[in-house]
Design a protein around this ligand. Structure first.
Ligand code: ATR
Length: 273
């Protein structure tokens, strides 16, 4: 049977095996999908061993995405732009192809929530790896403006400079931000520590859409905060997780699984509904 897995550290709580097993059942694909948690300095060896032993493809998650970028034979254009690889496929001619489906997953999830990106004013919070992966797919949707705000301003500036050939992207400090924005995407890891990016409450209103790439069994700190300040449409990163997985599955198997039912089952599994 064709073998796939996700590399991460820690990875025990990954929902990828659950998601891909449901995709395989739904599309009647024969495959198995497991977990691998190599020591931080043993990822390269573990990756090579997996493919030497007949593995067909893998996902890569924190903290290995940047390392995976350097280990594959070939990169997709979107992986090149993202500077990170979350999906690897062994092609029929034996080439390890590195791809990145995170940004496509974000855009697909935003669209499935009915968020209009064309001609919109988007505020992207954070300038780390998650923001970098989102920028090209977001700009491809032709927003009227995309502003990156980051605690460390220089990192926002650098990202904006790197992506300005793709669309109207600029960097601002949190203090400089002036609304209205149609959509705020939180790509910071602040929620992990229960912290908030230092965003002025005045930027939140009832018409704005709020997206947090993080997720949990209950609202993230950022989503709770945005709701308190009047946001009515809030979305967390669970849908992005399922959509990026669907995109990876499509890369591997050439068949696109449906995501709605799988997202519902994942929510039930996590106790969210
Ligand atoms: P990831 O790959 O998940 O993007 P990362 O590359 O470590 O992780 O980036 C984390 C991002 O969250 C950064 O933009 C970071 O801001 P700095 O560049 O100033 O470090 C941002 N971040 C983390 N904690 C934050 C907090 N409490 N407030 C605001 N931004 C925060």
């Amino acid at each position: 049977m064709d073998r796939y897995l996700v590399f991460g550290h820690p990875v025990r709580h990954s929902k990828s095996p659950f998601i891909h097993t449901l995709f395989a059942r739904q599309t009647q694909q024969e495959l198995e999908y497991g977990l691998a948690e190599p020591a931080i300095d043993e990822f390269a060896h573990a990756l090579r061993t997996f493919f030497d032993q007949g593995g067909k493809g893998c996902n890569v998650t924190v903290p290995f995405k940047e390392q995976a970028f350097t280990l594959v034979d070939r990169l997709s254009p979107r992986a090149k732009r993202a500077g990170a690889v979350n999906t690897i496929k062994l092609t029929d001619d034996g080439v390890l192809l590195g791809d990145n489906t995170d940004g496509a997953g974000l855009v697909a999830d935003l669209k499935s929530h009915g968020v209009t990106l064309a001609d919109s004013r988007i505020l992207l919070l954070g300038a780390g790896g998650a923001a970098r992966g989102a920028l090209a797919p977001l700009l491809a949707e032709l927003p009227s403006e995309l502003v990156i705000a980051n605690r460390t301003y220089a990192k926002a500036q650098q990202l904006a400079a790197e992506f300005c050939d793709l669309g109207p992207v600029t960097a601002q400090t949190y203090e400089q931000l002036a609304g209205p924005f149609d959509l705020v995407i939180n790509s910071t890891s602040a929620s992990l520590q229960g912290e908030l990016p230092p965003l002025a409450p005045a930027l939140i209103n009832t018409d704005i859409a709020i997206y947090d790439m993080m997720y949990g069994a209950s609202d993230t700190a950022f989503i709770s905060w945005a709701k308190q300040h009047g946001a009515r449409q809030t979305m967390d990163g669970l849908g992005m997780l399922v959509e990026q997985a669907a995109e990876a599955f499509t890369v591997w198997r050439g068949i696109r699984p449906g995501t709605k039912q799988v997202l519902r089952e994942l929510k039930r599994n996590l106790g969210v509904i």
